[in-house]
Design a binder for this molecule. Structure first.
Ligand SMILES: [Zn+2]
Length: 514
């Protein structure tokens, strides 16, 4: 019998801590829904005590998401645990994930606490949480750099106090497969009551070993792996879910372990997360990178034609990539479009499909062939649920190598339209300045990105813009075959998000062309 390994997804917690990533509640719910489709065992939804926004997103996910266990993170103190309990109140299957650091370096310099104090706090936290929630996961932060016997002691105390899962994180991405495997084996042999709880691992990728370390841990007795889609996460990221799942699946004969993941959802989840976070997947990334299934060399292609297994250990269909990429065009009707949406496994209401079909027709008029990726981009660009204070009604840009770029924009607002013109260093700068003038307050542009959704000169351009205000970062996205328009839409999307949170500011600006 193969062992069943549980997948604990922390894209919405650890992944959201990726520098530059800020997801709003609607985006978090959309990712949570795709995690349900993937059939993950646990969704770590956030760290409720950290901010109002985090608290709200955990409680919304707890209320609306059914199927997986919903976990909320909490340090080992009452205030954090209370916040997690409250945020998880409406969850079908709540889990409190509480942690305290156990390495000497963390205890001495961060916590400034003795080992005895840390032991007592861990035990108290688990016992306190257990009064409200049955399922308690206890993590020893920086476990991989902690004293092994002290670790065994603290896990024993946590289990005695009621922990149902003990987590052994490699918080700083320091361990190696052999060492980590040995640690898991040691814990399994020395912690009383360990046979009644799940052993979880949480690996960071600072040395590029997160997946290898997680696999070694599973071979030595771990029953749950913590991971994120696309390996998102702090610094070099976390273990990538798609890599772990495909390693178990492709090498089932070796690992003798299975997961519950619906692999056909992997590619779509990866695309969704990269679109919503604005963090690109590197082209040669295992499993989900653009080149993961591309074969260039003639010898390989020859072998592939005779039998794909000669050089391909995973067939792209398994993770939900269809080989027939070319699907729709200008003459495709509504029926074909709806059919394609269904084949791509989108469940959308009639109203959304109607709105998408109009966009699809507009796109098909501007672009010869519409690929699955284009459709996925249209779906993720579906009408925003938040208020649109400003909307781009019209724009014109003039630029060239001999002239200064100038842009004119007309924005629609609830008080009528505003039209402004500005010049800038290039067309995007000019249109951003024109928008800033029209709105009348300064926008702290932080970062700007533009990429093509698919290949070809008429490809859809997708722009992501980050703006900052009072320490809050807002990202906006825009989609168009016209890259300047995509950029302007992204800029306005970020501005509308900022206005939703902060309201209309007092300060005014005037910028002219110098
Ligand atoms: Zn982490």
């Amino acid at each position: 019998m193969d062992r069943r390994i549980k997948i604990f997804d922390t894209t919405l917690r650890d992944g959201e801590q990726t520098p530059g990533v800020c997801l709003d509640i609607h985006e978090k719910l959309e990712i949570a829904q795709s995690l349900v489709k993937l059939k993950v065992d646990v969704i770590e939804a956030g760290f409720p005590v950290i901010s109002k926004g985090d608290f709200q997103s955990v409680s919304q996910i707890a209320e609306h998401i059914r199927g997986p266990i919903i976990a909320g993170l909490a340090r080992a103190n009452k205030k954090d645990i209370d916040a997690a309990v409250q945020a998880l109140a409406k969850a079908e299957r709540p889990r409190i994930h509480t942690f305290i650091a156990t390495s000497d370096i963390h205890m001495e310099y961060k916590l400034k606490m003795s080992r005895d104090r840390v032991l007592a706090m861990a035990e108290e936290a688990v016992r306190y949480g257990k009064q409200f929630v049955q399922d308690i996961e206890f993590s020893a932060e920086d476990a991989s750099r902690s004293d092994w016997d002290f670790l065994c002691q603290i896990y024993g105390r946590a289990i005695a106090a009621g922990a149902t899962v003990i987590n052994v994180p490699d918080t700083v991405g320091y361990t190696t497969p052999d060492e980590y495997g040995a640690l898991i084996r040691y814990i399994k042999q020395h912690v009383p009551g360990i046979e009644n709880v799940d052993i979880s691992v949480h690996c960071h990728n600072d040395l590029g070993l997160a997946v290898a370390n997680s696999l070694a841990a599973v071979q030595n007795g771990a029953t749950q792996v913590e991971c994120t889609i696309n390996g998102l996460g702090e610094r070099a990221g976390n273990a990538a879910m798609e890599e772990l799942v495909m390693a178990f699946y492709t090498r089932q004969n070796y690992y003798k372990a299975i997961t519950n993941i619906d692999m056909k959802q992997i590619y779509r989840a990866s695309t969704l997360v990269s679109t919503l976070t604005g963090v690109d997947v590197q082209i040669n990334k295992a499993v989900v990178g653009d080149n993961a299934f591309a074969h260039e060399s003639g010898i390989h292609q020859h072998g592939m034609l005779n039998n794909p297994l000669t050089y391909e250990i995973i067939s792209p269909e398994v993770i939900g990539i269809s080989r027939n990429a070319l699907v729709l065009g200008k003459h495709s009707g509504r029926h074909a479009f709806e059919d394609r949406l269904q084949q791509m496994d989108y469940e959308l209401d009639k109203e959304t499909v109607n709105a998408l079909f109009i966009k699809f027709k507009e796109l098909a008029d501007r672009k010869k062939v519409v690929f699955d990726r284009d459709i996925a981009a249209l779906v993720s660009d579906k009408p925003s649920v938040q208020p649109e204070y400003y909307r781009l009604a019209y724009h014109q840009v003039v630029s060239g190598s001999q002239s200064v770029a100038t842009a004119t924009v007309r924005l629609e607002t609830s008080n009528g339209t505003i039209e402004r013109a500005s010049c800038g260093d290039g067309p995007v700068d000019a249109i951003f300045k024109a928008i800033e003038q029209a709105i009348g307050f300064p926008i702290g542009l932080k970062d700007y990105q533009l990429k093509a959704v698919t290949a070809g000169e008429d490809a859809l351009g997708e722009s992501t813009v980050w703006i900052e205000y009072e320490g809050d970062v807002f990202n906006g996205r825009g989609l168009s075959t016209d890259v300047v328009e995509a950029s302007a839409k992204a800029y306005l999307n970020a501005i509308n998000k900022r206005l939703t949170v902060w309201g209309q500011p007092q300060e005014q600006i005037t910028i002219g062309c110098e």
